[in-house]
Structure formats: C-alpha cells, structure tokens
Ligand binder design. Structure first.
Ligand SMILES: Cc1cc2nc3c(=O)[nH]c(=O)nc-3n(C[C@H](O)[C@H](O)[C@H](O)COP(=O)(O)O)c2cc1C
Length: 233
C-alpha cells in the first residue's frame, strides 16, 4: 500500500513538471498485465488533493473554512485537508493540488499572521509549485469592510506563488455571489453565505479534478446543480 501511494504521488509530482498523463500512462503500461493494479493506480492519481488553509482570530474565518472544506468534499473522491496555518508548513503546499486560502479582513487586507506564514515559506520552493489551483475566502466585521480587497491580496499571493486562481460565477442567493472568493460579515450564519463557502470548495474540487486529474466530467459546465436561479432577481 505504501509503495502504491508513493507511485501515485510521483505521478502528481511529474504533473507539476508538465507530464502527469505521460508518466502515469507509462507506469500503467508497465503494470499493464495486472489490470486490477493499473486501475487502482489510475484511481489514486485521479483523487484531487484539496488543502483548506486559514487563519482566524475569533473563529469566523474558521467557520467559513469548515464550510469550504465541506463543499470540497462534495466531489466524489476528493481528499480534503483542513488546516490552521499554525499547524501547516511547506509540505502541505507540496501535497495539495488545490488550495482554498482564508484570512480575516484586518484593516482592509490580509491579517499579518497569514502574510507572515507565506513570507516565511522556504524560498527554494518558490516557482516549484506552479500550476496548482487556488481560491480564497475572508470574513470582515461588516459588509463593505474590505472583503474584496482582502480576496485580491490573498489571490495575488497565490498568483505570485504560481497558483492558477479562480472566482465563482454562480449566485448562491439574491444579489449574492463569490466572484472574487467567498465573503462574509462576521460569522457565516445566513444560508446564502454558507452556500457560497460550500460552492467555492466544490468548485475548487471540480477545477482541480478537471485540470489536474483530467476528469472532464468534473468541469463546472458539466454539472446539473442549479448555478444561476438567483441571477437577475
Ligand atoms: C486588527 C483588526 C482589524 C480589523 N479590520 C477590519 C476591517 O478593516 N474591516 C472590517 O470590516 N472588519 C475588520 N475587523 C473585524 C474582523 O475582520 C472581523 O471580526 C472578522 O469576522 C474576524 O474574523 P476571525 O473571527 O476569523 O478572526 C478587524 C478586526 C481586527 C482585530
């Protein structure tokens, strides 16, 4: 079992270098006569690894993170890891294929703890995590308190690190979306805010499965759930 997961991990690593499908298929061909093994390895390589990484001073961003993780887990087979930055390090960045990054909005921007965490990442890893998928979320004290500025700052950290970032086009309530990331005032109490957090996580799993693992059926446009019924209301 340990060897199998090592092989799957190597497949992912090769992808970071731009050749997952080639390396995986070569491997599968090597064990071609053992079809059970081959399908096992293919399945292992198809699991999107999702890291939900956050800092929270008073628990609101943590509640959002839990909802984002719940949403990420809605995709079949997603492997979701929820971590506070105090227990996370560079190996978590190496492990994941997709990341949702969350911070409280402090003075209209990312909290210092989150910025410090990224500032202290080993520089030699920079530029070696390119092509992973990223998205963001934040809680501020009030609507209009700077959530979208914070989202853009979080996104710029991810972009700088090499992540491919996205926002959610869906509406999860009337006049409510997560175009630049999931946002909240205080704790995520309202249904449409909670659903935006879940949708962000689900979308992260979908994009990661589609773009990293080659699961075209996971593309958002291939989903049957309702994405826009509140648009225009
Ligand atoms: C130092 C500090 C700065 C803050 N700055 C803002 C701000 O610019 N805009 C805002 O709406 N709320 C601001 N707040 C409120 C927090 O963003 C809000 O309480 C948030 O929900 C906290 O999330 P957390 O529970 O995950 O820490 C600030 C809070 C602190 C402690």
């Amino acid at each position: 079992m340990i060897q199998e997961s090592t092989v799957a991990a190597e497949g992912k690593q090769f992808f970071s270098d731009g050749a997952l499908f080639r390396s995986t298929s070569i491997f599968v061909r090597c064990v071609g006569s053992a079809s059970v093994l081959a399908s096992h390895y293919r399945k292992a390589a198809d699991v999107p690894r999702i890291l939900v990484l956050y800092h929270s001073n008073s628990g609101n961003t943590r509640q959002m993170a839990q909802l984002v993780a719940e949403g990420a887990g809605q995709l079949d087979g997603a492997d979701v890891l929820l971590k506070d930055i105090s227990s996370a390090d560079h190996t978590d960045l190496a492990w994941c294929d997709g990341i949702a990054l969350g911070s409280p909005t402090n003075y209209g921007s990312v909290c210092w703890q989150m910025k410090k965490w990224w500032d202290e990442q080993p520089l030699e890893n920079w530029g070696k995590r390119d092509g992973k998928i990223g998205c963001v979320f934040t809680s501020a004290g009030a609507w209009g308190g700077g959530q979208e500025w914070t989202c853009m700052t979080l996104l710029s950290i991810l972009i700088n690190y090499g992540f491919l970032v996205f926002g959610v086009t869906d509406y999860t309530g009337i006049k409510f979306s997560a175009h630049y990331g999931a946002i909240c005032a205080g704790a995520p109490r309202d249904d449409h805010v909670q659903e935006a957090c879940r949708r962000l996580g689900l979308r992260l799993s979908e994009w990661t499965a589609c773009l990293i693992d080659g699961r075209k059926e996971a593309h958002p446009l291939n989903q049957s759930y309702d994405r826009f019924s509140d648009l225009g209301k």
